[in-house]
Structures are given as C-alpha cells and as structure tokens.
Design a protein around this ligand. Structure first.
Ligand code: ADP
Ligand code: ZN
Length: 310
C-alpha cells in the first residue's frame, strides 16, 4: 500500500494526515501552531510515529497559510513569505520538513489545496473554471481556469482586492495591516466583523444588520471575480460562512450588484448554482494537500504510480 502525507498549515492549527493512494485517511492529528521550529518538531514526531506503524510515506503535500515565496527561478514554493505572523516570515517550511521526514515535501497555498479537493471530490467536480475563497481570520482564494490552477508570478491574493465602502460604514477603520479599510479582508474577514461588533461574529444572530453589510462586501468581491474570470462556480468556505443565511444574502446582493450584466447568461440565470459553500467543509485543505503529494509522486514515477492509483 502506497502512503501519502498531507499537512494543512493555518495560523492557529496544523492538521496532519496519512492516507492511502485512494485518499482514505488512515490517521489524522491536529497540532497547535507554535514557533516554526516547535511546529516542525511536532509534525515530524507525528509522521515518524505513523511511519513506524503504517509503513513509509512516499511524499508529503503541504497547504499553508501565505503569502508563500518561490525559489529564485520562480518555479516552486519554497517557504513562507512576508507574513506578519511572528517568527514565520521567510521560514523554509518544506525544506525543514524534508530534513526531518525524508520524503519529498511539496508546498502550495492552503486555498489552492482546498480548491484542488473541491474540484476532485467536492462541490466543483467536473468543472473547469472555479474560484475557491475562504472567509475566516483572513480572506484568501485560489483560481482554476481551463482546468488549471493559476498562480501568476506569486499567487492570487483575492482578500486584498479593493472594494468601495458603504456610506453607513464610513467610520470603520478596517483591519488589514496593509490596506486598512480599502480591501475586502480589511472590511469582511472574521476579525473585521469582531472589531465592529466588539465580540466574535458567531455570537451574532442571523437578523443582525451586520450580515447585510457583510453580504454586500462579499458580493462585490464575487462581482469582481465573475467579471474577471467568468467562473462556473465560486465556492465560499471558511469559518464566517458558517453563519446561517449568509450565503443566501450574498446571492441576493450579487444579483443586485450585477444588475443583469455579465458575459455569461448561465451566471445570471443561476446565481444559486454559481455561489455555493464547500462540500468537504473542514476536510478540503488536508485532502488537497494529500492530492498534492499523490500528484507529485505520480509525476515523478509515471508508470508505477499510474498503476497504483487506478
Ligand atoms: P482560519 O481562518 O484561522 O483558518 P476559520 O476559517 O475557522 O479559521 O475562521 C475563523 C473566523 O470565523 C473567526 O474570525 C470566527 O469569529 C469566524 N466564525 C466562526 N464561526 C462563525 C459563524 N458561525 N458566524 C460568523 N463567523 C464565524
Ligand atoms: Zn489588504
């Protein structure tokens, strides 16, 4: 049995899993995010323990919070970029893991991993043009066009898209450390909601007027994504999307915002099919990381692994 390792790295926790080539998860753990060195130590202890019990892991995939930085040739992600998270700026996560684990370690953004999983086994199966956005502590997204994930010269930063402010929200200063109240992360992330409310957003009932505001900003983000990429689906994940009724409010606000204009008739007539929540929920990130490992392994040994994965 061929085994793969998947790691979803977040600002507060790391989810680690070992799976077989059909992505059945055989063992899983959740570790708190500490300093980079402590976190790598805990991840290595988990996987090295699992390898003793289950056998060798062929490759590891990591879906991490960003921004991520590339190697000098601009080809592969080699570490964390310019993050405000203490101690993590510049950290060469895949190299540090590889030194402790042995197998190849491939890094991608957490949102690209979640997108990969939603495309293969979640709410966007069979689709070619899909955007995945997480609305949580931050806002971030991955983009798939013509069946390929696109990263450009670094990777998309959907959360830092600028959106115009509503007049009733003019006093709010926003929470983005770089753009204040000008970007969607500054206005509509979980911490932005908490800063307006004075308490976490989940303590707020579905009838609170803040959800109208929130739906408006997320609808503007979706409007921009639709007009730029013409996706078949936008999957909205992350903790904030657990709010009951928020998806429906965004759908209505998006219809208002588009005002009957975009290139796709199908989008205009099917906003409910266009905007959905993830099918895999909390599992998308780690499953996508496992897919990253499986696909890297099959690219490196095409004939052997194709037989294994069929
Ligand atoms: P992270 O972004 O750290 O990976 P999550 O995606 O779980 O974590 O998002 C956490 C954010 O989601 C927090 O700001 C939290 O207040 C918010 N959140 C969690 N549940 C809800 C809810 N039911 N309604 C609104 N906001 C929520
Ligand atoms: Zn910003």
């Amino acid at each position: 049995m061929r085994l793969f390792g998947g790691i979803e790295g977040g600002g507060t926790k790391f989810v680690c899993a070992v799976a077989d080539e059909r992505l059945n998860i055989l063992s899983e753990t959740v570790l708190p995010t500490q300093s980079p060195e402590q976190t790598v130590e805990a991840i290595a202890a988990f996987f090295n323990g699992q390898q003793k019990q289950l056998g060798p892991v062929a490759a590891y995939g990591v879906g991490s919070f960003g921004p991520l930085r590339r190697d000098t040739a601009g080809q592969h992600f080699v570490g964390i970029g310019n993050t405000p998270k203490a101690g993590w700026k510049g950290f060469a996560l895949p190299g540090a893991l590889q030194a402790r684990l042995g197998g190849p370690v491939i890094l991608d953004t957490d949102v690209n991993c979640a997108l990969r999983a939603e495309l293969e086994m979640g709410s966007a199966q069979g689709m070619q043009h899909v955007v995945y956005v997480t609305v949580g502590t931050g806002i971030g997204g991955g983009i798939c066009i013509d069946g390929r994930l696109i990263n450009g010269s670094a990777h998309p930063e959907i959360g830092h898209m600028l959106v115009p402010k509503l007049s009733q929200d003019l006093d709010f200063k926003g929470v983005c450390p770089f753009h204040g109240d000008r970007c969607v992360e500054g206005l509509a992330s979980g911490p932005a909601l908490a800063a307006r409310l004075g308490h976490p957003a989940q303590d707020c009932g579905p009838d609170d007027p803040i959800w109208q505001l929130q739906a408006h900003y997320l609808a503007l983000m979706c409007h921009n994504l639709i007009q730029t990429f013409s996706p078949q689906r936008i999957v909205l994940g992350g903790g904030v999307m657990n709010q009951v009724g928020l998806l429906e409010k965004i759908q209505a606000a998006l219809r208002d915002s588009l005002r009957g204009y975009c290139a796709s008739e199908r989008i205009l007539s099917g906003i409910h099919e266009l905007l959905t929540v993830p099918a895999l929920n909390g599992r998308a990130g780690v499953l996508g990381a496992l897919m990253l490992a499986r696909d890297a392994f099959s690219r490196s040994t095409p004939s052997k692994s194709r037989a294994l994965c069929e």
